[in-house]
Design a protein around this ligand. Structure first.
Ligand code: NIG
Ligand code: FE
Length: 412
């Protein structure tokens, strides 16, 4: 099955030579072809170029994209979209003056979601989560990482990972699963932290590895959650069970989580709202991708990741949603890109690079996703007629997507 798209006003994020990520000053460069064509064969990108050079192509169907642009689907490398219920009441409590921390200390927050998760059946969690997955696919996400972390019991964590597996089996988008048993200490282990870490290391991780239920291991490394030492212990155990670390660090405090993650060759370090110069230094010349989550900063009114300083230091940066019931009830990657431009002063080129190729890197799939490259998955966004790609972040509240292609087929 061959599909040909012609008269594309601008084909965005074209990488003839495959790259795995862009860093520092390279982030400002977003290669495009104006007045372009794109060939899709089955589920892959098979060719592209300028209309003036279009060869003769026998296509099963041809789409005329006059006035419209194409860009690779968003790669959302950090989400928690498998959860039960919601936390609307905490949202109101925060408006009325409580902080995220105060809510968590009262037994709300992650523990509130864990209670709901453990009380809800696997089928019901699947149904609630698939609605969110379909929503984000329609918003242009073509690959998504999903974390566990609202179970906090052996059964609850396995239940979440099974739901993630089922979503991956039933939907055409690429899904990577991350085990986040170390998201918070359950109440019954409040005075016995070692006991919960033993549960993670001795019970959860071996079971997850045996059933191949996760690709990555995550820890919420933060004051009041998991210390740097505990994070290192869990990263080490994760690695022994075949899982690469991707770690929540520096959301509220800089406590050394970045240095520890780099030491364990984490694929990514995520959040980074609070960054000191040593944290930036520690990321230089490493393979660890820093990931910013600006809609979390927006929703919680906490600082934004200092993108300009990090890019100036030569670092790469990826953008993701953090879609979850507590700190970011939104999976809209276009809003993330817009917020990165508006609040973090990233240029549209930098933000689009961060949300495509660097997002793909942060979930270990940049050889198959994140750019318009022959042989990569035909996962891309066809926009409505737009004046320039700057309109995507500029018109931050408007959905400018006409259709979303996943594996070469329009997702309805
Ligand atoms: O990435 N910070 C830790 N975890 C999530 C929020 C969890 C929650 O509040 O449910 C985050 O923001
Ligand atoms: Fe998160």
């Amino acid at each position: 099955m061959t599909t040909l798209i012609i008269n594309i006003k601008e084909l965005i994020q074209v990488r003839e030579t495959p790259i795995s990520k862009v860093s520092g000053a390279e982030m400002a460069i977003l290669p495009t072809i104006k007045n372009a064509y794109l060939v899709i064969k089955d589920n892959l990108i098979a060719g592209f170029g300028a209309m003036e050079n279009i060869p003769e192509i026998k296509a099963d169907s041809t789409i005329d994209a006059t006035g419209k642009m194409i860009l690779p689907s968003w790669c959302d490398s950090h989400t928690h979209i498998v959860y039960a219920g919601n936390r609307e009441q905490e949202f109101v409590d925060r408006i009325n003056g409580l902080s995220y921390e105060e809510i968590a200390n009262r037994g709300g927050g992650i523990l509130n979601s864990a209670k709901k998760l453990n009380e809800t059946s696997e089928d019901e969690i699947y149904n609630q989560s698939k609605a969110r997955l379909e929503e984000v696919i329609r918003l242009g996400t073509g690959a998504v990482e999903i974390k566990s972390g609202y179970g906090l019991t052996v059964d609850g964590e396995l239940k979440m990972l099974k739901v993630i597996k089922k979503l991956a089996e039933n939907y055409p988008v690429t899904i990577k699963a991350t085990f986040l048993g170390a998201h918070a200490f359950p109440l019954e282990f409040k005075e016995n932290k070692k006991g919960y870490i033993d549960e993670i290391i001795q019970k959860m991780l071996p079971e997850i590895a045996k059933n191949k239920l996760a690709d990555y291991v995550d820890v919420f490394c933060e004051t009041g959650y998991f210390s740097v030492e505990e994070t290192e212990q869990i990263m080490e155990a994760g690695i022994q069970n075949g899982l690469t670390p991707k770690i929540h660090v520096n959301q509220f405090n800089s406590i050394g989580g970045i240095q520890a993650s780099v030491k364990y060759k984490a694929l990514s370090v995520d959040h980074l709202e609070i960054m000191n110069p040593e944290d930036i230094e520690a990321l230089k010349n490493t393979e660890t991708m820093p990931v910013a989550l600006p809609s979390c900063s927006y929703f919680l009114s906490i600082p934004y990741t200092p993108a300009r300083e990090m890019i100036k230091a030569g670092l790469p940066l990826a953008l993701a949603t953090d879609y979850n019931p507590g700190s970011t009830p939104s999976g809209n990657m276009n809003f993330v890109v817009a917020t990165a431009c508006i609040k973090m002063k990233m240029t549209p080129e930098e933000a689009i690079n961060a949300a495509t190729i660097n997002g793909a890197y942060a979930m270990g799939i940049s050889d198959s996703h994140g750019s318009i490259t022959v042989g990569k998955k035909a996962n891309f966004i066809l926009t409505k007629p737009i004046t320039s790609y700057n309109q995507l972040p500029y018109a931050f509240g408007t959905n400018l997507i006409e259709s979303v292609f996943v594996e070469g087929t329009i997702f309805e």
